[in-house]
Design a protein around this ligand. Structure first.
Ligand code: ZN
Length: 274
């Protein structure tokens, strides 16, 4: 039978198919150095309760250790803590690189004055214009994005992930604390991983997506995951232009015009040029 692993507690894997089966992993996975992950689509034996094969993954994360993630909601506070374009751009870049669709959700806009709000709305428009879905936590259509998808949440400590989830489904009784993505070392509150149902899809019940550095990414990877750069890079003189000091660089020419200045500044910081 084919099913999806929705929960792992040490060596017990709960596989969802026509019903739930708690399975063990075959020794061959250990020999091959493969660990079944929550999110995996697997072939399993419903009688012996063994996982036989893991179907190809489209992606996987280390923390939370989940595979086949469709999208990540980046919960982004605009006040207390203040809006951090640096953290937003970093998460966008890493999430893109992991072949996961980023969705931006701004929170705490009610704490802004008129001028600050206008400024944030311009920033929202920019991210929308380069192709990202952008929501505010009070948008009612935010409820529509979860159907048939596996979603993880990302965002800094205190960004309002818990209250956002409670707003989406007041029956959720999650231990998703506000502890997840503190810069530097995150606290890890859960040792098991589980997918739970939310609005027709599934979300990870872990504290959050905590890949907060560019592990495994080269400078070129960082460049290539600033998605709006890709639109103009053909116009750079050099084919492999890093958009730093090269002559006739289309990207540099567009900073402050088509390209948001903070995006370019963050890019330079991420590749160690600033
Ligand atoms: Zn360039």
């Amino acid at each position: 039978m084919i099913g999806k692993i929705i929960k792992q507690v040490s060596n017990d894997y709960t596989v969802k198919s026509d019903k739930l089966y708690v399975c063990k992993a075959r020794g061959k996975f250990r020999n091959l150095g493969i660990t079944p992950l929550v999110g995996d689509n697997v072939e399993f034996d419903p009688n012996d309760k063994y996982i036989l094969n893991i179907l190809d993954r489209k992606n996987e994360l280390e923390r939370p250790s989940i595979s086949n993630i469709d999208q990540a909601v980046i919960v982004t506070s605009v006040k207390i803590p203040d809006f951090s374009s640096n953290l937003l751009d970093k998460l966008l870049c890493i999430i893109e690189f992991n072949n996961i669709r980023p969705i931006i959700c701004f929170t705490k806009l009610d704490l802004l004055n008129k001028e600050e709000l206008e400024n944030i709305r311009k920033i929202e428009d920019y991210y929308r214009s380069i192709g990202y879905p952008v929501y505010e936590n009070t948008d009612s259509n935010l409820k529509d994005i979860f159907k048939d998808k596996i979603t993880v949440f990302a965002g800094q400590s205190g960004a309002g992930k818990s209250s956002l989830l409670n707003r989406l489904d007041s029956n959720l009784n999650l231990e998703i604390g506000e502890v997840s993505i503190a810069l530097g070392r995150g606290r890890h509150t859960t040792r098991h991983t589980e997918l739970i149902e939310l609005l027709g899809g599934m979300i990870a019940d872990t504290p959050g997506f905590s890949a907060i550095d560019f592990n495994g990414m080269t400078k070129s990877d960082i460049r290539d995951n600033f998605i709006e750069f890709n639109e103009y890079r053909d116009k750079c003189l050099y084919k492999d232009c890093m958009h730093i000091k090269e002559t006739d660089c289309a990207i540099k020419d567009l900073v402050g015009k088509e390209i948001l200045e903070s995006r370019y500044e963050n890019y330079l910081k991420f590749i160690g040029e600033k």
